[in-house]
Design a protein around this ligand. Structure first.
Ligand SMILES: NC(=O)c1ccc[n+]([C@@H]2O[C@H](COP(=O)([O-])OP(=O)(O)OC[C@H]3O[C@@H](n4cnc5c(N)ncnc54)[C@H](O)[C@@H]3O)[C@@H](O)[C@H]2O)c1
Ligand SMILES: [Zn+2]
Length: 380
């Protein structure tokens, strides 16, 4: 039987950039034709060159599929710039090395980079594109769930410093994003589950239908059903695209995307990024936020229970070891805090959220203690 799942195309419309995110199963070998069309035939005419930035692993798994689409257009093959997998390579020195390679390969202002991989590859490639010759264009081809629903759109690019994550970077939007949900088939199960926590987050803060879909179709989603994944990714992308389009530079609304992230970032920092995946830390943070919402009355007890159950359904949540006091102290350093006030995102019912500025240290400590205690009891 031929199964036809329609692709979704979702627009990002910000003051500095307008582009589409296309989501579909099997998109990969159509990227070449789409990119050439975006460049008005510039690739085929030889006016422009495309460079593929990826890791050796992703190249082996999916590079050929992407490249075959370019070969269909008559190109001999894609020039590759390879970066080893891993967060430790998301550093300025990698960007410098890649920029030197681009220069040696003769890349010019009209060249286009293709970022094939997870969030690390995307952040690195976007930043490389932001600075090479003061800015060239790039497209995202995200291959992790987290990158498809979150990091590939919104324009934040950058690298880590020894002093902290994502401390050097630039706003630089891609000219398009192509999310092929078929690539998720090779993703380790833990990475898929962790990324899905960002989809759960999107549902909680802005899309009740998405939340209920994730609540009711967990088995199909976790089994990697292409229909279920495509639907979950598309709905999550729509939430982020709408929020970023309304508030590109995080002046207000964009902060709601940080649900679960205040404590989540603190948990990651306290455990030196060694114990949990990002989405797992965010899941613990969301559980704390949901409970705080119930205490403050922004959600009912029944809604809080449903949200917590769904977050856990995309677990298992692995444990971590950190003191609640340390977590609270680390939230004070979170870069989302402006002028000393602590901003904290609380759910409002299911499908809405609010940023509160008056959360007390005592409230936060109590919430952090509950998750820290539970997490200590769970074997990592
Ligand atoms: N720019 C943003 O707005 C934004 C938002 C959220 C996160 N981020 C960044 O994203 C990064 C995390 O991204 P991530 O979770 O995608 O991690 P990642 O890029 O490290 O990928 C996770 C692992 O999966 C592998 N992988 C990727 N695709 C695969 C596939 N299809 N099959 C098999 N293996 C595959 C990678 O090689 C890697 O080992 C962090 O650096 C974070 O700071 C950025
Ligand atoms: Zn996140």
């Amino acid at each position: 039987m031929v199964r036809v799942i329609e692709n979704s195309v979702i627009g990002v419309r910000t003051p500095s950039a307008v582009y589409d995110v296309e989501i579909g199963e099997g998109l990969l070998n159509g990227v070449g034709a789409r990119l050439d069309a975006l460049l008005e035939g510039g690739l085929r005419a030889g006016r422009q060159r495309a460079f593929l930035v990826t890791s050796p692993e992703i190249d082996r798994l999916w590079g050929g599929r992407l490249e075959s689409g370019f070969q269909n257009l008559g190109f001999p093959g894609l020039t590759r710039l390879l970066v080893p997998a891993g967060e430790e390579h998301k550093r300025l020195i990698t960007v410098e090395r890649l920029a030197e390679e681009l220069a040696q390969l003769g890349a010019d202002r009209d060249s286009v980079l293709i970022a094939l991989g997870g969030g690390v590859l995307g952040d690195l490639t976007g930043f490389l594109a932001a600075i090479y010759m003061r800015g060239i264009r790039y497209v995202g081809v995200p291959t992790t769930l987290l990158a498809q629903v979150d990091s590939s759109l919104g324009g934040k690019t950058g690298v880590n410093l020894a002093a902290g994550k994502n401390l050097a970077g630039a706003f630089h939007h891609p000219m398009a994003v192509y999310a092929d949900t078929a690539t998720l088939a090779t993703l380790p199960a833990a990475e898929l589950r962790a990324g899905l926590q960002e989809a759960v987050k999107a549902g909680i803060i802005r899309d009740r239908t998405l939340f209920e879909f994730l609540e009711n179709h967990r088995d199909a989603v976790l089994a990697g059903s292409p229909e279920a994944l495509t639907r979950a990714v598309a709905a999550s992308v729509r939430v982020k695209a709408e929020v970023v389009s309304a508030d590109e530079r995080e002046g207000g609304l964009r902060m709601i995307l940080n649900l679960g992230h205040t404590l989540g970032h603190a948990i990651e920092a306290a455990t030196e990024y060694q114990q949990l995946l990002h989405g797992e830390a965010v899941a613990w943070g969301m559980i704390a936020a949901v409970r705080l919402g119930a205490r403050r009355g922004t959600v009912t007890g029944a809604e809080a229970e449903r949200m917590e159950r769904t977050i856990r359904a995309y677990g298992p949540l692995r444990g971590f070891t950190a003191e609640a006091e340390q977590l609270v102290a680390l939230t004070a350093r979170d870069k989302k805090n402006r002028s000393g006030t602590r901003s904290f995102v609380l759910p409002v019912g299911i499908g809405d959220a609010v940023v509160v500025k008056n959360l007390t240290e005592a409230e936060l400590l109590q919430a952090a203690q509950a998750v820290a205690m539970e997490a200590k009891g769970v074997s990592a």
